[in-house]
Design a protein around this ligand. Structure first.
Ligand SMILES: Cc1cc2nc3c(=O)[nH]c(=O)nc-3n(C[C@H](O)[C@H](O)[C@H](O)COP(=O)(O)OP(=O)(O)OC[C@H]3O[C@@H](n4cnc5c(N)ncnc54)[C@H](O)[C@@H]3O)c2cc1C
Length: 474
C-alpha cells in the first residue's frame, strides 16, 4: 500500500489526532502537509490568530522532525495542492478532519472533487468535537435550539477516547529529502508571526502548560472562579481548541480523571467545566444546522430591530471599541481585547450586552470586531455568544434582561483587580473607594477618565422601548 497524505487543518498536534492515527494504521508511510490557503490572508484572519497559527505550525514542524518526519507546506487552493502532492508521492488517500463550518464544508467539498478527478480518496474523521456537530436531534428529529436539553443528550452520548501520539511517523525518503518542494512557512506574505507580544502563544507545549496550571490550581474551584475576571479562574485554552493544539478527547479524559477523588465543590466544578465544553459543541451544532445565523439573527423578528445607524452608530461603536465608554468593566474588557487578543467570558457577556442593549448598535458590528481581534475567534462560539448577549439567538438571554455594568463590576470584580489592571486611570485614582465601578458618582472623579457615554437608566428605558416595537409589529 502507498503512503497517505495527512492534511493538518485545525488539528495542529500529534497527540490525540484521529486522522493521523487512522492514516498510520492503514498505510506504510504518511506525508504530513499544511496548505496555506488564501483564507489565511484575508483581513478577517487577524494578527493574533496568524501569530498563533504560525507558532503552532513551527512547533508541529519540529515535533514531526523529532519523530522522523517532516511538515510540508504548500500554497493553496487546497484541492490543487493536495491533488498535486498525491501525484508526486503516489499517495492514494488524503486524511483530514470533518469540518462543519460553512467555510470548512466548502473547502472539504472542493478538495474531494479535485481528488476524485484523479482517483484519490478523501477520508475525513471527527477530530474537532466530542460529538459530531448537528448529529444530536430532538425527539421530533430537529436540531437542538436550546442548550439544556442539548447538553443532557450530549452528556449521555458515547465519546471516543484519546489516542496517543505515535512513537514514530514513517515518511517516504523522497519526501524527507530537502529538495522535495515545500514553501517556507513565512511565505506567501500572510503567515508572518504578527500580533503583539501579549497575544496568546501558540503550540501544543503552551497548551499543555496552561492546562496543567489550570488543572492544578483552578479546575476544582471553576464553578465559582470562572466568573471573576481578576483571578486566574479559567483555562485560557480557547485558542488551543480553535487550532487544535490540544486534543478535545484528551482534555475531557483528563478533566474527568480527578472527579472521583474531588470533594463536592470539585465535582461540581468539573461538571461545570464539561458543561462549558458542551456550550462549544452546542454552538458548533447550531451553526452546522443553521448556517444563516452567520449573517442573520436566529430570531427572525430581530431583523426588524431599530438598531442605531449612521454617524451615531459609528461614534458609539468607536467609544466602545476603544474602551472609552466611562463604564470601567466595559472599558477594561475592550482594552484587554485590544492588548491581548483575548477576553474573559464574563466580560465578553457584559461588553456584548452593553454594545447591543445600552448603545443599540447592531450585534454584527461587535461580532466582526471580536472576529478581527480575538486569537480564539471561532465563527460558531462568537456568533452564538453575540446572539445570546443581544437576545436574538437561540436560548438567548431575554432582551429585557439588561446587564447593569456597575453591578456586574461590583459583583464580579469586587476588589477592582481587573479594572485597575486594564484601566490605569482608575488604578492611580486616589479617591476611588466604593465608586470604582461608577466613577462619575464620586465627588472628585478621575480627571483623565471619560464620563459615561450613556446613562444606564435612560439607555435601559430606550432599549426596552426599541424592543417593544418588535412586539408591536408582530
Ligand atoms: C460575545 C461572546 C463572544 C465569544 N466569542 C468566542 C470566540 O470567538 N471563540 C471562543 O472560543 N469562545 C468565544 N466565546 C465563549 C467564551 O467566552 C470563551 O470560549 C472563553 O472565554 C475562553 O476562555 P477559556 O479558554 O479560559 O475558557 P474556559 O472557561 O476555561 O472554558 C474551557 C473551554 O470551553 C469552551 N467555552 C467556555 N465557555 C464557552 C461559551 N460560553 N461558549 C462556547 N464555548 C465556551 C471554550 O472552548 C473554552 O476554551 C464568546 C462568548 C461571548 C459571550
Amino acid at each position: 500500500m502507498g503512503p497517505a497524505i495527512v492534511w493538518f487543518r485545525r488539528n495542529l498536534r500529534l497527540d490525540d489526532n484521529l486522522p493521523l492515527d487512522a492514516a498510520l494504521r492503514g498505510h506504510d508511510g504518511v506525508v504530513p502537509v499544511f496548505v496555506l490557503d488564501d483564507h489565511y490572508l484575508t483581513a478577517d484572519f487577524s494578527p493574533p490568530r496568524l501569530r498563533f497559527l504560525s507558532e503552532s505550525l513551527a512547533e508541529l514542524e519540529s515535533e514531526l522532525a523529532a519523530k522522523g518526519s517532516r511538515l510540508l507546506v504548500r500554497k493553496g487552493p487546497a484541492g490543487e495542492a493536495l491533488a498535486s502532492l498525491a501525484r508526486e508521492t503516489g499517495a492514494d488517500a488524503v486524511y483530514s478532519h470533518l469540518d462543519h463550518e460553512p467555510h470548512g464544508t466548502q473547502l472539504s467539498r472542493a478538495v474531494e472533487a479535485a481528488l476524485a478527478a484523479q482517483g484519490t480518496k478523501l477520508r475525513l474523521l471527527p477530530d474537532l468535537h466530542l460529538v459530531l456537530p448537528s448529529s444530536l436531534r430532538t425527539e421530533a428529529g430537529k436540531p437542538f435550539a436550546v442548550y439544556t436539553p442539548f447538553a443532557r443528550r450530549w452528556r449521555e452520548t458515547d465519546k471516543a477516547l484519546p489516542v496517543p501520539a505515535p512513537a514514530h511517523v514513517p515518511t517516504p525518503p523522497a519526501v524527507l529529502d530537502s529538495r522535495f518542494p515545500s514553501i517556507p512557512r513565512s511565505r506567501p506574505r500572510g503567515l508572518r508571526a504578527e500580533g503583539a507580544p501579549a497575544n496568546p502563544a501558540g503550540g501544543g507545549r503552551e497548551g499543555r502548560r496552561l492546562w496543567s496550571v489550570f488543572r492544578g490550581a483552578a479546575l476544582e474551584r471553576y464553578g465559582d472562579g470562572r466568573d471573576f475576571p481578576g483571578v486566574a479562574g479559567t483555562s485560557r485554552l480557547s485558542p488551543h481548541l480553535r487550532f487544535g493544539t490540544v486534543g478535545i478527547r484528551r482534555l475531557l479524559a483528563e478533566a474527568k480523571a480527578g472527579w472521583k477523588e474531588a470533594d463536592a465543590e470539585g465535582r461540581r466544578s468539573i461538571d461545570v467545566f464539561v458543561g462549558e465544553l458542551a456550550w462549544r459543541e452546542f454552538y458548533a451544532s447550531l451553526l452546522a444546522a443553521f448556517p444563516r445565523v452567520l449573517s442573520e439573527s436566529f430570531r427572525p423578528e430581530f431583523e426588524r430591530f431599530p438598531w442605531v445607524e449612521g454617524e451615531e452608530a459609528a461614534e458609539r461603536f468607536a467609544g466602545w471599541r476603544d474602551g472609552r465608554t466611562g463604564y470601567p468593566i466595559v472599558d477594561a474588557g475592550m482594552r484587554q481585547l485590544a492588548h491581548e487578543g483575548w477576553m474573559h467570558n464574563r466580560v465578553r457577556m457584559v461588553v456584548a450586552s452593553f454594545l447591543t442593549k445600552h448603545l443599540l448598535v447592531d450585534w454584527r458590528r461587535g461580532e466582526a470586531l471580536f472576529r478581527e481581534r480575538l486569537a480564539d475567534g471561532d465563527p460558531a462560539s462568537n456568533n452564538g455568544g453575540w446572539q445570546w448577549a443581544a437576545g436574538c439567538g437561540t436560548d438567548a438571554q431575554p432582551f429585557f434582561r439588561i446587564f447593569n455594568p456597575v453591578l456586574q463590576g461590583e459583583r464580579f470584580d469586587p476588589d477592582g483587580a481587573y479594572v485597575k489592571k486594564w484601566v490605569p486611570e482608575l488604578a492611580t485614582w486616589k479617591s476611588a473607594g466604593k465608586n470604582l465601578h461608577a466613577p462619575w458618582r464620586a465627588s472628585t472623579p478621575p480627571a483623565d477618565y471619560p464620563a459615561p457615554i450613556v446613562d444606564h437608566a435612560t439607555a435601559r428605558a430606550k432599549a426596552l422601548a426599541a424592543f417593544a416595537t418588535l412586539r408591536a409589529a408582530r
